[in-house]
Design a protein around this ligand. Structure first.
Ligand SMILES: *Cc1c(COP(=O)(O)O)cnc(C)c1O
Length: 376
């Protein structure tokens, strides 16, 4: 009997062990100084993250969902305002439009890149449209050149959802720096992850940064000064310290993700029935997820699980087809790509600490599945 590899989808504990000394010291530092909410660790994180992305301002907050909400409030979304978002994303992108008081307008995604299809955006624009939220899904930038052109032509703001794409680029420019603001999540499993919830916004607009910071902190930047009504969405000192330690590794971790993706690309290309991810020209993919497509996706997932290989479906239902949006009455033909992708996408394990043996086990199992079904 061959040895059965256990391959987790991600391994946050292995990541912690690789930076344990520095991480433990940073956490002890926060506890020693009781800097639990905001404070010097959060200030330092904001400066470092702005510099990393190459944006003049960073506003931290409680999580990546709040960052989308706060940005839309700061951009002035009001009842009746329509916001265009991709049909294929995580629900945070759409639910925050509603939370901010706006109306969700879904737009289908590109066949190959899973990101907003620029060719379809203008047909979704009405006199009530105020903005577009491109999502850099799975770690690949949306087609920002064309999206920014459309936004300028129609005077719409662009809010980039960069939750899955820290350091991804489009035509040499880092995501988060194209639109009015870039929204980031530091959920533990993201490419840069905290040890709990955390999020941030970046922007080049100083006035917008100030409005976003006020909204995240009960409507004021100074204690007892509440210029507007806001929310409580603050980054805590422990998360900021954790993120500052991990941030130093992000470029190396991203390079590892890209290297592992290159191995998958080479070893999994040409397999009957399997489509590997496609990176569009001019874009640098950071592989938050390595997403393949297969017509027999559910069988493939089961086959891998039986061999101890964990996979995830991101996501089993495209946004318009979730019960939460039943009110919109979406039909498959309205969002054909998103609809087709929901039953074929499968995310394979890929994380910077993944060993050669783990990756080899995944490759061998995917090939074995194909052989079992096609004989080649
Ligand atoms: C993770 C994620 C978010 C939300 O981030 P949280 O920090 O979990 O609130 C938003 N958009 C996308 C595309 C995400 O993947």
């Amino acid at each position: 009997m061959s040895k059965q590899a256990k391959v987790p989808f991600a391994d946050l504990h292995a990541q912690y062990l690789s930076i344990k000394k520095e991480m433990d010291a940073a956490i002890a530092g926060v506890i020693g100084s009781s800097a639990f909410i905001r404070g010097p660790y959060v200030d330092a994180f904001e400066k470092e993250f702005a510099a990393l992305i190459g944006a003049p301002h960073c506003v931290s907050c409680g999580n990546g969902t709040d960052s989308l909400y706060i940005a839309m409030r700061a951009l002035g979304v009001k009842p009746g305002d329509e916001v265009i978002i991709p049909a294929h994303s995580w629900i945070a992108t759409s639910e925050t439009v509603t939370q901010a008081g706006g109306t969700v307008v879904f737009c289908d995604t590109d066949e190959d890149t899973f990101t907003l299809d620029p060719a379809l955006i203008e047909a979704r624009i009405t006199p009530r449209t105020v903005g577009i939220i491109p999502v850099h899904l799975y770690g690949q930038a949306a087609e920002m050149g064309r999206i920014m052109d459309i936004s300028r032509r129609h005077r719409l703001w662009v809010l980039e959802d960069c939750a899955q794409a820290h350091l991804a680029t489009c035509n040499g420019r880092t995501v988060g720096t194209f639109g009015a603001a870039g929204s980031f999540s530091f959920y533990p499993g993201k490419n840069l992850g905290a040890m709990g919830d955390a999020g941030a916004l970046v922007t080049a607009d100083g006035a917008l940064a100030e409005r976003m910071a006020m909204l995240a902190r009960h409507g004021g930047l100074v204690k007892n000064e509440h210029r507007i009504e806001g929310v409580n969405s603050r980054m805590d000192g422990l998360q900021a310290a954790v993120l500052s330690v991990k941030m130093k590794q992000l470029k190396a971790w991203t390079a590892m993700r890209r290297r592992l993706a290159g191995v998958y690309d080479r070893e999994l290309s040409g397999i009957e029935g399997l489509d590997i991810p496609i990176t569009a020209g001019g874009r640098e993919h950071v592989y938050h997820l390595y997403v393949v497509r297969h017509a027999r996706r559910d069988e493939l997932k089961k086959f891998l699980a039986e061999r101890g290989i964990e996979t995830v479906i991101n996501y089993p239902a495209a946004l318009p087809f979730l019960p939460a949006y039943a009110r919109l009455g979406a039909r498959p033909e309205d969002f054909p790509n998103a609809y087709r992708h929901q039953s074929s996408v499968l995310s394979l394990p890929l994380f910077p600490e993944m060993t050669e043996a783990q990756q080899a086990a995944v490759i061998e199992a995917v090939r074995a599945f194909s052989f079992a079904h096609t004989g080649r």
